[in-house]
Design a protein around this ligand. Structure first.
Ligand SMILES: C[S@@+](CC[C@H](N)C(=O)[O-])C[C@H]1O[C@@H](n2cnc3c(N)ncnc32)[C@H](O)[C@@H]1O
Length: 244
């Protein structure tokens, strides 16, 4: 049978696909809390300031929640293409009513989703977390350009994502350190079920190196492009739209 649906869609736009994500989220979030805090600390806003941010590939809102908790004046536009993740996110964000809205948008489509404009929102900050790595490189490059174009002068884009190793030596070092932190990691890697292998293959298939993505940001026109935080294969990187 010819497969008509993309593997990424099969995973993210199905009840079965997201049930695993949701059931393992609490454990993952414990180790990510510190990373998410770094992202919020990087935002160029004063503590009580009112501002709007856009979260691309927001999922159930883990990154958005960190921003909403840190900044009482923040309002979020959460974009995702999975009705299932959005539904779960609405349940998890029940305590934030009035401070966020979800928008269903497919980031693989060329061009800025028109749904992201409107409702009077002009995000001064765009964040993304663990989502851009699902896009092919050409689309990453285009998207960074679209983000720059839609930010106001001085507006920031920050992405928290896995990155590909630049070479085999680095990859080996990342694995070594990862395996020391999680003594079960090597066995898990060697004994993936077909479903786990499918999820893993989808996870890694478009992961790109930091250098490539920093280059995309620079050629889009961002300034202050940097890797603001990094731990093995995960990084927070981004920059701002120039003031003039
Ligand atoms: C690994 S989850 C991360 C969710 C959330 N940002 C977080 O940090 O927990 C990836 C998210 O990206 C979304 N996603 C994947 N491909 C997408 C696309 N083409 N357009 C919009 N969202 C997409 C998925 O639906 C999912 O919610």
């Amino acid at each position: 049978m010819v497969e008509t649906r993309d593997a990424n869609e099969e995973i993210w736009r199905s009840d079965e696909g997201i049930s695993h994500w949701v059931s393992t989220a609490a454990q993952r979030e414990r180790s990510r809390a510190e990373h998410r805090a770094v992202l919020t600390e990087l935002l160029p806003v004063a503590d009580g300031e009112e501002f709007c941010f856009l979260d691309l590939g927001a999922g159930t809102g883990a990154a958005s929640r960190a921003v909403l908790d840190r900044y009482p004046g923040a309002r979020g536009v959460l974009a995702d293409y999975s009705p299932q993740m959005i539904g779960q996110g609405r349940r998890e964000l029940a305590g934030y009513e009035g401070r966020y809205r979800y928008v269903e948008a497919d980031l693989t489509r060329a061009g800025w989703p028109p749904e992201l404009d409107g409702a009077g929102d002009r995000p001064s900050v765009v964040i993304s977390s663990l989502a851009v790595h699902h896009l092919p490189d050409q689309r990453k490059e285009e998207l960074f350009g679209e983000i720059l174009h839609h930010l106001p002068p001085g507006g920031w884009f920050l992405d928290y994502d896995p990155v590909a190793p630049p070479d085999a030596v680095v990859e080996e070092a990342w694995l070594r350190a990862g395996d020391r932190r999680d003594p079960e990691a090597a066995a898990k890697r060697a004994n993936r079920s077909p479903e786990e292998q499918r999820r893993y293959d989808n996870h890694v298939r478009h992961i790109a190196s930091l250098d490539l993505q920093l280059g995309y940001l620079r050629s889009a026109g961002f300034e202050g492009v940097d890797v603001y935080w990094k731990q093995l294969d995960h990084a927070i990187f981004g920059g701002r739209r120039p003031l003039v």
